[in-house]
Design a protein around this ligand. Structure first.
Ligand SMILES: C[S@@+](CC[C@H](N)C(=O)[O-])C[C@H]1O[C@@H](n2cnc3c(N)ncnc32)[C@H](O)[C@@H]1O
Length: 311
């Protein structure tokens, strides 16, 4: 993949830095439909440029935003006008304006207000309270929408707008099980559910029961699937790797999540891709930034490891 296109929406757990890796493992051949039940920002699926895709999420605001682009209600032009106008007021009025837009969004659910909040809130987090109201505080940057930043977002909108004109993409707000149930044998399902115990909110909760439902749905699905999850960090292992997922192929790679702005605050995490087919083995030997890769065969029967120290 030459360039990873960053989408206009940010969300927790966004996979921008893992798209290349996922792409190399998936080898998406554009036959059948790309099915993504937990689309989030869309960074993974959008970058695969599928001719046909079904993008689902339980968060209606994400889906409404991308549908508005698809219908031509949100365009690069009106995004620029909107962000320039609201950004100028934000610069003068400061955080009061952020909270004004937040209130307005919680009344009217306008997708451009959602974009504004998503790009100026604290850490680009999407979080809704128990009444379904967006409740993330201001990110403390009144000059957030400087011209270069607005242009960046406008280009991100333009990329999605072009894709939705060129390809047959469908966005649906529904539970992952409904999306998975629509897959046929030619399709590929890419799943990136919320990580257990993190970021629980109105549209986005994840617990053991959900993990089990996902396992059952994927197991009986007739097509290829790939599931992104975490394998382990310095403190603990993902318990479901051994109890649920070990009957599939598991590929792991080290990944660093940045906590805060400091380079020292890097939490190493072993990311995992779980799949019901053998990944192209050559790909795990492709050295990238010194990361170590491991492939676990089903039931852990055999392990291949690779680092860039290998010949
Ligand atoms: C980890 S994020 C996906 C991130 C995405 N891969 C990216 O790179 O931007 C998980 C997403 O699953 C959605 N979600 C949570 N529970 C869901 C459910 N039961 N059905 C469908 N989507 C769900 C959340 O709203 C969130 O957008």
């Amino acid at each position: 993949m030459n360039k990873v296109h960053v989408p206009p929406i940010k969300c927790q757990g966004i996979k921008t830095k893992l798209v290349d890796w996922i792409d190399s493992v998936i080898h998406w051949n554009n036959e059948g439909t790309w099915i993504e039940p937990f689309v989030g920002s869309g960074v993974v699926g959008f970058n695969m440029l599928p001719k046909q895709a079904l993008f689902g999420d339980s968060n209606p605001h994400i889906i409404r935003f991308y549908e508005a682009i698809q219908r031509g209600e949100i365009t690069p032009q009106n995004t620029r006008q909107f962000l320039e106008k609201e950004g100028t007021i934000l610069k003068k009025a400061g955080e009061a304006h952020y909270y004004y837009i937040r209130e307005r969004f919680n009344q009217s659910h306008d997708p451009l207000d959602f974009l504004f909040l998503n790009r100026s809130c604290f850490n680009g987090v999407i979080r809704f309270n128990q009444k379904g109201a967006f409740n993330v505080p201001f990110g403390h940057k009144p000059e957030r929408f400087a011209p270069a930043y607005v242009t960046k977002i406008v280009n991100q909108v333009a990329f999605v707008a072009d894709c939705t004109k060129t390809f047959q993409w469908k966005f649906v707000c529904q539970d992952f099980r409904e999306t998975i149930a629509l897959a046929s044998s030619k399709d590929l399902i890419y799943c990136d559910p919320p990580y257990l115990g993190r970021h629980v909110d109105y549209f986005n909760t994840w617990d053991e029961a959900q993990e089990l439902k996902l396992y059952k749905a994927l197991k009986k699905s007739p097509n290829r699937f790939i599931l992104s999850t975490w394998h382990s960090n310095a403190y603990r292992k993902n318990p479901y790797i051994e109890t649920l997922w070990q009957e599939f192929f598991i590929l792991t790679r080290e990944h660093f999540y940045h906590v805060g702005a400091q380079e020292t605050n890097r939490n190493p995490m072993l990311e995992a891709l779980i799949m019901n087919y053998r990944p192209p083995i050559s790909e795990i030997y492709r050295p990238q930034n010194g990361f170590q890769y491991s492939l676990f065969e089903p039931h852990n029967s055999y392990t291949v490891q690779a680092t860039d120290d290998l010949p």
